[in-house]
Design a protein around this ligand. Structure first.
Ligand code: BGC
Length: 668
């Protein structure tokens, strides 16, 4: 290795275990190059290096990509890969070595302020897309930082509240996304702020050593979340390699522990070695920009085209073809590109207004017009609202954009409710009194309650936070230039009251997870709850037929599953077949079904494609705490193939019969 541990003094080694600045690693008095770490994950958010020592630091401008939650709505690994490849170019251009993302924390409650930064309520979807994202970054020589390990599922008092979660739930819900993504060997993993079962993640040897290193075989650097370390020597002893950012007392604490013999030189050298490997990887990497700035924007549009979710479309109101079309609402001129906090990306790309994009695509067939601004929370609002209603009553169709923004959905706070704000909601109701053909475009980073208006609206399009290419992609979908193919990565409940987690279950020190493994659709489906839109839902302008499900047994716990999907419409479209497994009878309480595979396929009009997936033991197993392993219990399982978690098109039962000696004695 180029950067030899032997050249470092003990003091230099200790200093290397924490950052030199907020974003840079220590340079050992010029002996080592620095590694620059920067946010992440919805694009590059970075201090302009030229201003790093200045009083006022400036943020660089980068491509504002669709947010991670949006990426998850594409259900497309190629889009996650392309997203990261695009961001990597901004990193290379600005000389950032490691991007602080992606985040794979599970959306346990729709209230979490950072849901827009996370993939899904389902660990398989989150882990699979995160893996592709990490590959996309690292194939271009930019390191990833998979975050935040572990059980950081809301923002309220995130630095201190302990997530109190039973082991089976951690293993089945909160850890598998990390486990899957680690297959791509991210250069770094970031531990979370919160304690897990009473021990800070940064000091939790069970999480950092037993799970990450020994079980998940992670071989990169474990970095702390920013200021997540409370005592540096304890963190180093527990397995944390790099504390970020720089903290005045870190060196002293490490030195004292070393001198007292509590922290051994072997322990210190292990961390140093990993940091040296990170430096080596980052400096040796071949970093080549492959997309121009304009191409990066085009990638943002391309990805945005795949993640827009058509939630409802009565009377084929969409796609828009002709007539008088009024465009209005909060974000039609400038939608929220992303949520707030460390993931907020500043772009200098000129914002495109939706009315102009629509007019351009519809040409002479339509007359697209707008009204004076009706931004919610805007003083002009009351004055302009009547004008908008007047125009709406004369329009054939109204496209109305509602949503939240980076002040409402952001790091360090949670939402307190999941409705639109009262001004928007009330105005929408008024709009519906004067026009029957309203298309509502929802621009939020996470699920919202639509109960007040959903029955009166014909079409709803979930844009989410689609980044700087969102308006172009939205216009393509609204006009049918592109057939919508996004699917929800999370359940939209009827209201917050219906959600499995709507409040804290604990006190000032702990946040209990009493719902256990019943998170998201695992809860709604098991307890037969009605939902507004189920996990995996998203309609298309095309129709698909599923047929010919065949399940071929390879071993008792390995199966090849295949089926046909046919596009029975006259337009080119994409579909996301989802494969779930149901354990018909189990000795522990299990979710009614769980996602075990998915695909995204493009189909020409009339085309049929055969989809094949493999299911292995993990697809049937639950984690048995007493047996300390993933355990497949003999008995009947059902394979369910569908277009959403609640639109199951094909099903077939299988019987698993492993040797009796490998089974517990629970009667089956
Ligand atoms: C966030 C991380 C982020 C870091 C650096 C923390 O507050 O939790 O996700 O990467 O800051 O900005």
């Amino acid at each position: 290795m180029k950067y030899d541990i032997g050249q470092l003094t003990i003091d230099e080694k200790l200093k290397l275990l924490s950052g030199r600045t907020c974003w840079q690693t220590y340079d050992a008095e010029g002996k080592l190059p620095e590694v620059f770490l920067s946010d992440g994950p919805n694009g590059l958010r970075m201090i302009d290096k030229k201003t790093i020592s200045a009083k006022t630091q400036e943020t660089i401008k980068a491509t504002a990509m669709p947010n991670i939650s949006f990426i998850a709505n594409t259900w497309n690994v190629d889009m996650a890969y392309l997203d990261a490849q695009t961001i990597a170019d901004d990193c290379i251009e600005n000389d950032a070595d490691v991007l602080l993302g992606p985040g794979v924390n599970i959306k346990r409650t729709p209230l979490c302020g950072r849901n827009f930064e996370y993939f899904s309520e389902d660990p398989l979807l989150a882990g699979t897309l995160a893996k592709a994202y990490i590959e996309g970054l690292q194939d271009k020589g930019i390191g990833a930082s998979l975050k935040h390990f572990c059980a950081n599922n809301r923002e309220y008092d995130r630095l201190f509240i302990s997530s109190e979660v039973d082991e089976r739930t951690l293993r089945e819900i909160y850890m598998p996304a990390f486990e899957i993504a680690i297959q791509a060997q991210p250069w770094t993993i970031m531990c979370s702020y919160n304690p897990v079962n009473g021990v800070y993640a940064s000091e939790n040897a069970w999480l950092l050593k037993d799970i990450l290193r020994d079980e998940f075989c992670f071989n990169g650097v474990i970095v702390s979340d920013w200021e997540a370390v409370h005592q540096s020597a304890r963190a180093a002893k527990a397995g944390l390699d790099l504390e970020m950012p720089n903290r005045a007392k870190a060196y002293e604490e490490l030195k004292e522990a070393y001198e007292s013999g509590w922290l051994t030189i072997e322990e210190i050298d292990t961390h140093v070695q990993r940091i040296l490997e990170l430096i080596e990887k980052s400096k040796a990497a071949k970093k080549e920009i492959t997309f121009t700035k304009e191409q990066r924007h085009e990638n943002a549009v391309k990805i945005a085209r795949e993640g827009i979710v058509l939630l409802k479309n009565e009377d084929n109101l969409l796609p828009l073809k002709k007539g008088n079309i009024l465009v209005g609402g909060a974000g039609y001129e400038k939608p929220p590109f992303g949520g707030g906090g460390s993931a907020y990306v500043e772009t200098d790309y000129p914002v495109r207004s939706l009315d102009k994009e629509l007019a351009e695509r519809l040409g002479e067939n339509a007359n697209v017009f707008t009204s004076p601004r009706t931004y919610f929370l805007h003083l002009e609002f009351l004055f302009n609202a009547n004008k908008l209603l007047e125009l709406a009553s004369e329009a054939d169709t109204v496209v109305y954009c509602v949503g939240t923004n980076q002040d409402i959905e952001r790091e360090s706070i949670d939402r307190t409710h999941i409705r639109l704000n009262a001004t928007q909601e009330n105005f929408l109701l008024k709009l519906l009194e004067v026009n029957q053909n309203v298309v509502v475009v929802v621009e939020t980073g996470s699920a919202i309650d639509m109960s007040k208006w959903i029955d009166r609206v014909k079409s709803v399009v979930y844009l989410s936070y689609a980044g700087e290419g969102g308006q172009e992609a939205l216009a393509d979908v609204l006009t049918g230039k592109i057939c919508p193919s996004g699917k929800l990565n999370e359940t939209f409940p009827l209201s917050l009251d219906d959600a499995p987690v709507k409040n804290y279950e604990g006190n000032l020190f702990v946040d209990r997870y009493p719902e256990g493994v019943f998170v998201g659709y695992r809860y709604y489906d098991t307890f037969n709850k009605n939902v507004l839109f189920p996990f995996g839902h998203g309609i298309s302008y095309a129709q698909f037929e599923y047929s010919d499900l065949r399940i071929q047994k390879i071993t008792e716990t390995d199966y090849d599953v295949s089926f046909d999907v046919k596009n029975v419409s006259s337009i080119a479209a994409k579909e996301v077949p989802q494969i779930y497994v149901r354990d018909v009878f189990a000795s522990v309480s299990r979710p009614q079904k769980e996602l075990r595979a998915f695909d995204k396929i493009a189909l020409a009009p009339g085309e049929t494609k055969r989809v094949s997936v493999k299911l292995n033991a993990r697809a049937f197993a639950f984690y048995s705490v007493p047996l300390k392993k993933w355990y497949v219990e003999n008995g009947m399982f059902e394979i369910l193939v569908g277009s959403s978690s609640r639109d199951i098109r094909l099903r077939q039962k299988i019987q698993i019969e492993q040797p009796k000696e490998e089974q517990t004695t629970f009667p089956s």
